[in-house]
Design a protein around this ligand. Structure first.
Ligand code: V0D
Length: 224
């Protein structure tokens, strides 16, 4: 019946993947980036309108300085290596969260990537960077109040995701069953899908299985 338009993913399990193999944490993140690449290609193949990924939470600053800086390096390398392919595949990049808190070189690179894909009309890749849902909701409510009317509709219109289709499916890998301050408002009517697969092992086929499960649930329970 209805296919998913907007899918979000909490990409958990890089550390656990590395630990299982007695490899450094950062190798898990590196393999996690490869899974992101597969996922973005899959999102385009499955004609998703939007894919939102939780790349860096406001809580992630509490990780070791070493891990934070290796994540920043990975992000920079991902943008440098993958921006052209994404741009040519009509993907439009969007950032949710306060990316301006990152170092100037990272901010500059992100802005270059946003500008490079701004005129694209295909799948939106929304990357949550320095993002926290409670903060997002508080900011949206304050913006709605400043305009004089606070309702669910006026708050929703101020969220970072206001220009994306409604969230259909939220996937979390690696067996944890929590939302961890990700898209709390948007998850109100979303289907939740939890899998034990660790993020570096997540393939386009796992995405396909999740999308099929979503379509089946829609068939069983009907629309909203
Ligand atoms: C590492 C697993 C893509 C989680 C996935 C530091 C942690 C890979 C991006 C990204 C990260 C893509 C486009 C863009 C900016 C970032 C990314 C981070 C971490 C944040 F414009 N993967 N990825 N960003 N990991």
């Amino acid at each position: 019946m209805s296919a998913a338009r907007h899918v979000a993913i909490i990409m958990d399990g890089n550390g656990r993947w590395a630990k299982k193999r007695h490899l450094p944490h950062v190798v898990g993140h590196q393999r996690g980036v490869e899974a992101v690449r597969r996922l973005v290609r899959g999102a385009r193949d499955f004609e998703l309108e939007a894919l939102t990924i939780y790349a860096f939470s406001t809580e992630n600053w509490r990780r070791s300085e070493e891990e934070v800086s290796s994540l920043m390096g990975l992000m920079k390398r991902f943008i440098l290596s993958d921006l052209e392919e994404m741009a040519e595949n009509n993907i439009r990049l969007k950032i949710i969260g306060d990316y301006k808190a990152f170092t100037p070189d990272v901010v500059e690179l992100i802005e270059k990537a946003l500008a490079r894909t701004a005129d694209n009309s295909g799948t939106i890749l929304a990357v949550a960077l320095n993002y926290g849902a409670q903060d997002e909701i508080a900011r949206a409510a304050a913006a709605a109040a400043a305009k004089g009317e606070v309702t669910p509709e006026t708050i929703a219109a101020e969220l970072d995701t206001a220009d994306l289709p409604p969230l259909d499916l939220l996937i979390r890998t690696s067996g944890e069953v929590r939302l961890s301050n990700f898209l709390l408002w948007q998850a109100a009517y979303a289907e939740l899908y939890f899998t034990d697969v660790l993020w570096p092992d997540f393939t386009a086929n796992h995405l396909k299985e999740a999308l099929e499960e979503f379509a089946n649930r829609e068939r069983r329970y009907g629309g909203r």
